[in-house]
Design a binder for this molecule. Sequence first.
Ligand code: GLC
Length: 528
Amino acid sequence: MPEPAWWQTAVVYQIYPRSFQDTPTSTWLDGGKAYRENYPLALADTDGDGVGDLEGVRRRLDHVASLGVDAIWLSPFYRSPMADFGYDVSDYCDVDPLFGTLADFDRLIAEAHQRGLRVIVDWVPNHSSDQHPWFVESRSSRDSAKRDWYVWRDGSPDEPPNNWLAAFGGRAWTWDEATAQWYLHLFLPEQPDLNWANPEVEAAMQDTLRFWLDRGVDGFRVDVVHALGKDPDDLPDWKPGENPSRDLPDPPYGHAILRRLRTLVDSYPGDRMMVGEVYLMSTPRVARYYGEHHDELHLSFNFPPLYAPWDAVKWQRRIERVVEAIEPAGWPTWVLSNHDNPRHRTRYGSEARARAAAVLLLGLRGTPFLYAGEELGLEDAVVPKGREVDPGGRDGCRAPIPWDGSPTHGWVTASPWLPWPPDPGTRNAEALAADDRSILHLYRRLLAIRRTSPALRHGSFDWLPTPDGVLAWLRRADGDRRVVIVNFTTDPHDVAVDGSWSTEVTSDGAPFAGRIGPDQAVILRTRD
Ligand code: GLC
């Protein structure tokens, strides 16, 4: 195998900046000037706002580096009215004052790089904010020079161009009274879809990529990338049960857009990359976004495993789909939690399973993505009515990270923008760091093992025979061999292992001697 690229052997850690760590604005590089101008009311009685920022991420780089991950992915921190908490961008080339300044970003990326951490930023090309100057101009009149930068269609006020529904409910078209046309938005009305069939849009968006590439980012997580290829002149009606943002048709010109983006990203030195959010529930369809000639996405998310319950048969089937469909197309990725779905600790229902799932995730062949807080075994917060803020109902998984056991849990304020996840007094980074049997230490161990094991980083993958309810596979490279065994049941099972194998790590710290415990997972090692 040729020397793998960094993004093939890396483990990526997703940071949702709002929820990671806030800081007093006086510590930002501009002293909070932009913040004070934009958010005067938020400063009325406090110097911290309970919303995490880039300076907060910088201050927690020790934690990130101590985990042993290779890269961070920052969810959007661009200027935004925050209708979708930053996924509605009103300026692609500036930091929202809520998160700090461009100087704060430069400092963060420099310090991350000093620690050997690559930095991937989110890029949201399918739609902008309705407050973006492009849309304001587009909306201003039918003759506007930017009218065709968004998807406008004729119709009467009570008959939208088709029956598409938006991802967060309601229809995907909003009637613009002043200019008497409909505009398309797969998400909120505040997130009008850009018209990627217009070359001017593509050129302008490519410039925004250059802006961040020039600033030194190592890559992009490309938001709803499969939607770029929808053909605005061929908008079919949806059949019942279809989800417009997930079941989009796949015309060739979307792939042509991706190939041009790939050429741009690859033209920069230093192995820059794109990981696409291809939110399609079919792994073979996801595979297409790597490109027929490996010339589209470097990596793609593949969400069907994230939606798999804690069940050996279901997991096996989803892993097999990846082997069959993704492996020939490109390098796979694996993810259990992110800012859009309930955390896997919550979905699977116990810490034992969350621990076993960590072994599973870090033992598979492909690039794993971790979501900040999973290394603490965080559950989703229970968000009472009245404190819900997200139009998509995703507040629970976005709860702030508790850093210590103090009343503010390491934040400036004890009541940040969302409630804490359960048990922050004991389930926090400081307490778990002090207990070497904690899930945090399990993640550190797993990441350390992966870092030094060619078999786990880029080795082959082969199933091993197991009893029902248990999955086991062999990873192999450069004379290094590891076996991963995961018990998805609440019963112990005997597994046949010969004496040449030694136990490297068990998910619960309990010993392993040929019998795998309930919801336990292990990694064994040997040499050829
Ligand atoms: C992606 C993001 C999600 C956002 C949506 C619209 O799915 O992950 O958070 O709401 O795109 O941008």
